[in-house]
Ligand binder design. Structure first.
Ligand code: GAL
Length: 643
């Protein structure tokens, strides 16, 4: 695994670059990621290129022995370009233009901008495509950051209409499939179809789902255009892109199919603050991150990536600037996060950013260096991490125990039609992941196309659309299966199946959901240490009732190797069901102390202590660690040889 840093030579005087490159090498870094926001310096005016500075920077970094990841600068189209083509700007849901003066202001559907993006990509790739210092390319930067996948512009509307023609062929087919007879929403031709925003009340969910799919496809094709140019002009180099945390605006399985390596940007403290964790978790883990946040994304994106090749393109090295509160990590966490990425199979971890900027939007965002160019605390930790990485060598293959199935359209459907406040497919996956991991298991998060046969336990926490491939793998699957609510409850265009949910999955699981209700917090059916909360499916079935609440409501049904969870997958009820399935699967659950997490590879057993206090490693993990100790101090890790 390589370590690297995100570096912006254009932010610093030329005389400093050699020092930076040397300091990077001294810290154990071998990769440097540059260029992704530098369009205004590469091409200050249309057609006038200034390559000198970037040539120099590439030379300096390469001569220091750093492999360069070069970004295409399309996330930041410069002012002259926007002024020459003002309608390239994306429009928000209220159809207000997203102004110039930050980044990601372009509309993915604007044909003129697509040409410009291809032109600058070609220019950069022609210049550096064959340079020996360039080891890989990053397309654009964080597609979707700042809520930028959907645009409600005329360009998007026109492209959406063409997309619909392609998918439905005739407007009658579209009307029929969407059920447009409801509320007299029928169209006479495709030119009458508008985008689903600004309707009086909610638009047709089928309309929204189509628009979500279209918007995702626009990202994928925008990316693919750059990938094609880079492959032509820079053969043999990996192409990557940096995905985000808890983000589902486009289908990452589709995007990753065109990349060699899928990257993601890991900000555990920022994500803890900004996403759905309890106030207590936000306090307990304020300086470490809730222990499943980083690992969840490592496993999610590994599952999206071609040949499971993935990396961390940005790693938080200190306080960030964008969360509600921005504490500093405990000493040790930067090294811990780095080694945890390694344990999950990362090819690289690159810290964002090398040096804190004294100007502009991210002045308050830490780097490995302070604004004055002196080391910040994380620099030392990068060095510690580099030493451990070197000491361990390859971690080997990951051990397959449990899998959780996730598809992006599942999250789109639960966002479009939540039915109960906040009931999200993504978070059902996160909670399932967390429940398994707290029991000491290795968990893969896989696409519906994945081969399920290596797993002893598979969970479909909430997967409204079950595609053919998955249906076939479920038929062949012999391990333990847990199927959660809303699974197979819709066809590909948002229709309830004729045979009622879970549709054709009833051939595997003899059960029909006849009525569904969502429950406000507090409206619960109490069981023995668990409860039916948030969601309840009433069913007709011959299956055996496995978990029955005091009032007779059934939380879980079982038949052969399958369980149906008739309530929302979370909390104690999920844990109860998972524990029973693990038992049937012959998998050893390992109760870990609070804050401890384990990851097994063919070569090692890694133990991470996310707690702010010392934790003892459970007896079940025997032997003496090669790194660390059995009494693990706060924010530290231990590594054991695999048995
Ligand atoms: C990421 C982004 C970086 C930087 C960073 C700050 O979302 O890709 O460019 O803004 O956040 O944490």
């Amino acid at each position: 695994m390589h370590l690297g840093a995100c570096y912006y030579p254009e932010h610093w005087p030329r005389e400093r670059w050699e020092t930076d490159a040397r300091m990077m090498r001294e810290a154990g870094l071998t990769r440097v990621r540059i260029g992704e926001f530098a369009w205004s310096r590469i091409e200050p005016e249309r057609g006038r290129f200034d390559w000198q500075w970037l040539d120099d920077a590439v030379e300096v970094l390469h001569s220091a022995g750093l492999g360069i990841i070069m970004g295409t600068p399309t996330a930041t189209p410069p002012k002259w370009l926007v002024d020459s083509m003002p309608n390239m700007i994306a429009l928000d849901r209220q159809e207000r233009p997203r102004g110039f003066g930050s980044r990601r202001h372009y509309c993915f559907s604007h044909a003129g901008y697509r040409k410009q993006a291809a032109r600058i990509t070609r220019a950069v790739a022609e210049r550096y495509g064959q340079h020996p210092g360039i080891v890989s390319w990053q397309t654009d930067n964080e597609y979707g950051c700042h809520d930028t996948v959907q645009s409600f512009s005329p360009a998007a509307r026109d492209a959406f209409r063409l997309w619909l023609v392609d998918r439905y062929r005739t407007v009658d087919a579209l009307n029929e499939t969407w059920g447009n007879v409801f509320w007299s929403m029928e169209y006479r031709n495709f030119d009458e179809v508008e985008l689903p925003n600004l309707t009086v009340t909610e638009a047709n969910p089928a309309h929204w789902l189509a628009f979500r799919r279209f918007s995702s496809d626009q990202v994928v094709s925008f990316n693919k255009a750059q990938v094609d140019i880079l492959r032509e002009l820079s053969p043999g180099r990996d192409i990557t892109h940096n995905a985000m945390g808890f983000y589902t605006g486009y289908d990452h399985h589709d995007l990753a199919a065109d990349l060699d390596v899928l990257g993601w940007d890991s900000y555990p403290l920022g994500f803890l603050e900004m996403f759905r964790f309890t106030d207590q978790e936000k306090l307990d883990f304020a300086r470490q991150g809730q222990p499943d946040i980083a690992a969840f994304h490592h496993d999610l994106y590994r599952g999206c990536a071609k040949d499971e090749r993935w990396s961390v393109l940005e790693q938080q090295p200190g306080p960030v600037n964008w969360a509600r509160h921005n504490p500093a990590p405990l000493d040790g966490m930067v090294a811990l996060w780095t080694l945890e990425a390694m344990a999950h199979g990362a090819e690289m971890v690159s810290y964002f950013r090398w040096r804190q900027a004294p100007f502009a939007q991210e002045q308050m965002h830490a780097g490995l260096l302070r604004p004055d160019g002196e080391p910040a605390p994380a620099l030392k930790e990068a060095r510690t991490a580099a030493d451990s990485v070197e000491q361990l060598g390859p971690v080997g293959t990951s051990i397959r125990e449990a899998a959780v199935v996730f598809a992006y359209d599942a999250e789109w459907i639960t966002q479009i039609q939540p039915q109960g406040e906040g009931l999200s497919a993504l978070w059902a996956v996160f909670d399932s992941y967390r429940a398994l991991r707290q029991l000491g298991l290795n968990v893969d998060i896989v696409s519906p196309k994945a081969d399920l046969s290596p797993y002893k336990l598979v969970i479909l926490p909430c997967l409204p659309i079950v595609p053919d491939e998955l249906f076939r793998s479920l038929q062949a699957f012999r391990g333990q299966l847990i199927i959660g609510p809303r699974t197979a409850s819709r066809d590909n265009d948002f229709l309830i199946p004729d045979e009622l949910p879970p549709g054709r999955v009833q051939s595997i699981l003899p059960l029909k959901v006849t009525r569904t209700e969502s429950l406000r917090p507090g409206l619960e059916h109490q069981g023995d240490g668990w409860s039916i909360a948030l969601w309840f499916d009433h069913v007709e079935t011959e299956m055996e009732a496995e978990l029955v609440a005091e009032d007779g409501a059934v939380a879980c049904w079982v038949h052969a190797n399958c369980r149906y969870l008739a309530t929302w997958p979370q909390g104690a009820v999920l844990r109860e069901v998972v524990t029973r399935a693990l038992d049937n699967a012959g998998l050893q659950a390992l109760e870990t102390p609070d804050g401890l997490r384990i990851r097994r590879t063919s070569n090692y057993v890694f133990v991470f202590n996310y707690a702010a206090h010392e934790n003892e490693i459970p007896e079940a993990i025997s032997g003496t660690p090669i790194i660390g100790s059995r009494k693990l101090p706060a924010a530290s890790f231990a590594v054991f040889p695999a048995d």
